[in-house]
Design a protein around this ligand. Structure first.
Ligand SMILES: Nc1ncnc2c1ncn2[C@@H]1O[C@H](COP(=O)(O)OP(=O)(O)OP(=O)(O)O)[C@@H](O)[C@H]1O
Length: 258
């Protein structure tokens, strides 16, 4: 796969964080079987950046993403997205917050097979019974063009390649102008060409459209599309690398498994 360098400019210093995590701990089980998936994690993620979360298997990547995205509740600590403290929201409020303010791209594209690409992209608006706010139509059409989906809009997922299906999922995540787009191993089911395309589109959604993307990945090649890399080890943040070189990321990952 062709990969880019980690050489993106730093954000403005005065921009408030897109995500703030304080004292975040998550334990599973009790007594002898307790697993400390996250141990008192503090993290600020800048807006308009593409951040990759990396680390060995079992280091807490998915748990961190799930807590950040309000898909799981922390055992201790707080998580705020765009200034809204998720930990203080009730279940219904949290569901609405996720639907209205967050976007998700999963390894298994999670598209509805009976709907066309355009209907899948518009699904969050349908589910919310939401009117399109001013400017939304233009934004959605721009997303469709950026993702190169214009000539595929009437196709159902079964008539699209894996890469195209994942681009529809990304368009759906971007259509509602999410505060943060979460991508969990988004290229796990794709070959290297489609992976490169999908990662380039996530990159463009940040560079050209100003989105904030947080992606869990195992792959250095995928992380090379990101601006910043958070490396986890044993439920803790080992390093938060801002605009690192590929070599720096590789060295940090290697040090973590030694
Ligand atoms: N629902 C659960 N019940 C019990 N233990 C869990 C649960 N979910 C995760 N864990 C444990 O928490 C730890 C962190 O898991 P997590 O899935 O966050 O790691 P990860 O870095 O995403 O791993 P991988 O790269 O393998 O997906 C692991 O030890 C895992 O076994």
């Amino acid at each position: 796969m062709t990969s880019t360098s980690f050489s993106h400019p730093l954000p403005a210093h005065d921009a408030p964080p897109a995500a703030t995590v304080r004292g975040l701990s998550k334990t599973y089980g009790h007594g002898d079987t307790t697993v400390h998936a996250l141990r008192s994690v503090d993290l600020d993620l800048a807006p308009g950046r593409f951040t990759a979360i990396m680390g060995p298997s079992g280091s807490g990547k998915s748990t961190l993403m799930h807590c950040l995205a309000g898909l799981d509740r922390p055992t201790e600590g707080t998580v705020a997205i765009g200034g809204v403290e998720l930990t203080s929201l009730g279940d219904d409020q949290l569901t609405r917050f996720r639907r209205d303010r967050l976007g998700f791209v999963f390894q298994a594209f999670n598209l509805l097979p009976m709907l066309t690409a355009r209907q899948n992209i518009m699904l969050p608006f349908e589910l919310a019974g939401r009117r399109l706010e001013p400017g939304a139509t233009e934004r959605i059409e721009q997303v469709i063009d950026v993702l190169g989906l214009r000539d595929r809009l009437d196709h159902r997922p079964g008539e699209l390649s894996g890469g195209q299906q994942q681009r529809v999922a990304i368009a759906r995540a971007l259509a509602s102008d999410a505060d943060v787009v979460f991508a969990d191993e988004p290229t796990g089911n794709l070959d290297s060409t489609a992976s490169g395309e999908v990662l380039s589109f996530l990159r463009r959604s940040v560079t050209d459209l100003g989105h904030t993307v947080i992606m869990v990945t195992h792959e250095l090649d995928a992380a090379a599309y990101a601006d910043d890399v958070v490396v986890l080890a044993d439920g803790r943040i080992r390093e938060h690398l801002v605009a690192p070189s590929r070599e720096q990321v590789a060295a940090t990952l290697e040090a973590g498994v030694r």
